[in-house]
Design a binder for this molecule. Structure first.
Ligand SMILES: [Zn+2]
Length: 131
């Protein structure tokens, strides 16, 4: 069970978000995988270290992310090939921190984690809105 620390994601919100902005992300393998991981809450980006991804989901979230990435349709009408996707998933998840940002970990109390989660959601929304 992986979602306790950073709060409960909203599936409705992420499904809706997925339909709205897929085309911006689908053409680049790294972006497509990142998009799938973030919208399924398999990972989050630290609001204070924007280049740092944090692995917050469980296996189910990561499988869900993989399925979502496989369904992304590129502008040429094709989808990403499974092997390439698996490799990129491995790369991004391998780079991601486990559960919380190591730079912020010293502050790791539950209240703080909730604040981080809310912040991360807000920042992700802003970043998507800005394209
Ligand atoms: Zn951080």
């Amino acid at each position: 069970m992986g979602l306790g620390l950073l709060g409960t994601p909203s599936p409705d919100w992420s499904e809706q978000e997925a339909r709205m902005s897929v085309s911006n992300y689908a053409d680049d393998l790294g972006s497509a995988v990142h998009y799938a991981l973030e919208t399924t809450h398999a990972i989050a980006v630290c609001p204070f270290h924007l280049d740092l991804m944090i692995r917050i989901g469980d296996d189910a979230a990561e499988s869900h992310a993989f399925e979502r990435a496989r369904r992304l349709v590129k502008t040429d009408g094709t989808t990403w090939e499974g092997h390439a996707l698996r490799k990129e998933f491995g790369r991004q998840l391998g780079r991601a921190a486990d559960r919380y940002c190591p730079h912020c970990a010293l502050l790791g109390d539950p209240e703080y984690s909730r604040a981080v989660s809310a912040f991360a959601t807000a920042i992700a929304l802003v970043r998507r809105a800005l394209g």
